[in-house]
Structures are given as structure tokens and as C-alpha cells.
Design a protein around this ligand. Structure first.
Ligand code: F6P
Length: 326
């Protein structure tokens, strides 16, 4: 029999559509195997403050389709301190939790790794962030939904861009990674896509715009990831305007709309699979790993590697996007 009798689950970092589907999968898989399941509110802050909520099957009814996270989330400063983590551990002991499942991104796994090393509590990580910037999984929970949200927004902006003959610079999320920008940019036929992973050349961008202009393009869409080195959509628009005035330009920052909404079928499936597999991994005495899906296979990556290694965007798609929109 597995030594795990009771588990805790929390969501941490930026929320992502599909986190609820994942919580549901963790709770129901745990209950199926006769485990006690405790929901921890507000990420690691709740672990420190002792915010536990017993989870039964009904507590996760009717949430598979809901964005956000019923457990709430936070980026915890207190968990960065030894004192905070020690209090968290005391609460775990008091609650008789044998293991934790944490759903979040890079910062979440960084904290989880330190905590595990200090207190030897079994932990499994599940990648939940719209950014998709985690090594060890093809997709993170929430990424597909965010991309679809951006694509739908860009489609709408294109209608007005086209009607007014305007060039739009649309800023999407991604401080350090261009996954959302790249995928949504290709899917919406953007004229160019600016991402943090490459150096942006305003000269090159103006060349692309001018080639389009000479081919009689009356409007256009430039997708700018917020972490682009040229400084975000407003700054890129300003730099272009300074030197190229063939288009009337506008800027739209999509912002947190990208984090909300009902998860896509892909995200629900991924979230359900990862939640299910995380509980099974704990029961099999696996720990200190992030569970992901690569080429349709479930894989486990040690926290250390998931944090350390960088997942790169498919740079060839940038070139493809330019060719296809030329
Ligand atoms: O990590 C997810 C993310 O949405 C990033 O894309 C974005 O840069 C950041 O969170 C925004 O964080 P906050 O909601 O704390 O402002």
C-alpha cells in the first residue's frame, strides 16, 4: 500500500484557464483511490496562513468549464523566506498531509524545489501558466485558451483596422517568452510578430511594412510580446511612427483578458490528464518532478531541470509567418 494517505493541492502564480479542470482531476482521482484531499487557498500564502479546505467530490462539481481557479492563487513573497516555509511545514504536519500537488509555473516549481529539499515532503508539479515557458511539456495548462483568446481578439481588431486603413500594434502577454505571440500571430495572419527571444530590428519591421504598402496593403497587424526588447507595443509603435508615416497607427494592449475565460477542449484534456497522472505518480512514490505531456506521452521532469532548461520557441515559424502574410 502507498504511504500516501492524504494530499494537498494548490494553485500558484498567474491563474490559467484549465486550472479548475486540473483541481477537479486531482480531487476526483485522489478520492477514487481512497485518499483524503485538502485544497489549499491562495497558493503558498495559504499554506503559510493555514488556509485549508477539505475537498469532496461535490466541491469540484461544475468547474471543468470555468476559467480562473476556485482555490485562488498568489505569487507568495513569504514563501521565499525560510521562516515562511517553516510555518508552511508546521501546517502540513498539523493537517497530516503526506504530499503536495502544486499547479503553477516556473516560480512555483522553484519554491517547491527549495521546500522539498528542506523538509522532504513529496511534491509533484503540474505546469499551469498561459506563457507555455516550461521545459518538460509541449503545452502548459492555459496556453491553448490564451492563444485562442488572442486570435479572436485580433480577428475583431482586423475588421476595424481594415475599415479604417490602419496599422495596429497589438501587445500580448509574455514577459520572457514569445509562445503566445508566435502561435496567435501565425493563426491570425499577422504581418509580423515580435518576441523576446529575438532581437527586434525596427529597420527590418519598416521594410516589411513598406513591402506590404507597395503591394497595396492598406492595413496590418503587428503582434508584440510584452517582453520584446524594443519595449512593448506603445514603444514599437512610437519608433515606427517616428520614421515611417504611411499608416495611421493604433495600439491595443490585450492584457488580462488573456488569462480568463472558459478553457478550450485541449486545455481541459491536458489539465485532466496531468491532474490524474500527478496523483498516480505520488501513489507510485514519485516526487520532486513536474508532470508534462511530450509527443502525446506523459513524462516526468525533475523540478531542477524544468526550472533550469529553457524551452525555445519555433523560430522557423517567425519566418513562415512573414512569408505567409507578405
Ligand atoms: O505568467 C503569466 C503572466 O500572465 C505573464 O504572461 C504576465 O507577464 C504576467 O503573468 C502578469 O502578471 P500579473 O497578473 O501579476 O500582473
Amino acid at each position: 500500500m502507498s504511504s500516501i494517505q492524504k494530499i494537498g493541492v494548490l494553485t500558484s502564480g498567474g491563474d490559467a484557464p484549465g486550472m479548475n479542470a486540473c483541481i477537479r482531476a486531482v480531487v476526483r482521482t485522489g478520492l477514487y483511490h481512497g485518499l483524503g484531499v485538502s485544497g489549499i487557498l491562495n497558493g503558498f500564502n495559504g499554506l503559510i496562513r493555514g488556509e485549508f479546505r477539505p475537498m469532496d467530490s461535490a466541491s469540484v462539481s461544475n468547474i471543468i468549464q470555468r476559467g480562473g481557479t476556485i482555490l485562488k492563487t498568489a505569487r507568495s513573497e513569504a514563501f521565499r523566506t525560510r521562516k515562511g516555509r517553516a510555518t508552511a511545514y508546521d501546517n502540513i504536519v498539523q493537517q497530516r498531509l503526506d504530499a503536495l500537488i502544486v499547479i503553477g509555473g516556473n516560480g512555483t516549481f522553484t519554491g517547491a524545489r527549495v521546500f522539498m529539499n528542506e523538509f522532504d515532503i513529496p511534491m509533484i508539479g503540474i505546469p499551469g501558466t498561459i506563457d507555455n515557458d516550461l521545459f518538460g511539456t509541449d503545452n502548459t495548462i492555459g496556453y491553448d485558451t490564451a492563444v485562442n483568446t488572442v486570435m479572436e481578439a485580433v480577428d475583431k481588431i482586423r475588421d476595424t483596422a481594415d475599415s479604417h486603413n490602419r496599422l495596429f500594434f497589438i501587445e500580448v502577454m509574455g514577459r520572457d517568452a514569445g509562445f503566445i505571440a508566435l502561435r496567435s500571430g501565425v493563426a491570425s495572419g499577422a504581418e509580423d510578430i515580435l518576441v523576446p527571444e529575438t532581437t527586434t530590428s525596427i529597420d527590418e519591421l519598416i521594410d516589411i511594412l513598406d513591402r506590404g504598402f507597395r503591394k497595396n496593403k492598406k492595413s496590418g497587424i503587428i503582434i508584440v510580446a510584452e517582453g520584446d526588447d524594443a519595449g512593448g507595443a506603445f514603444e514599437v509603435a512610437r519608433k515606427v511612427r517616428e520614421r515611417y508615416d504611411h499608416y495611421d497607427t493604433r495600439v491595443t494592449v490585450l492584457g488580462h483578458i488573456q488569462r480568463g475565460g472558459s478553457p478550450t477542449a485541449s486545455d481541459r484534456l491536458l489539465a485532466s490528464t496531468l491532474g490524474f497522472e500527478a496523483v498516480n505518480a505520488l501513489r507510485a512514490e514519485n516526487k520532486g518532478v513536474m508532470v508534462g505531456v511530450i509527443n502525446r506521452k506523459v513524462v516526468f521532469t525533475p523540478f531542477e531541470q524544468a526550472i533550469k532548461h529553457h524551452k525555445d520557441i519555433r523560430r522557423d515559424l517567425l519566418e513562415m509567418a512573414r512569408i505567409l502574410s507578405s
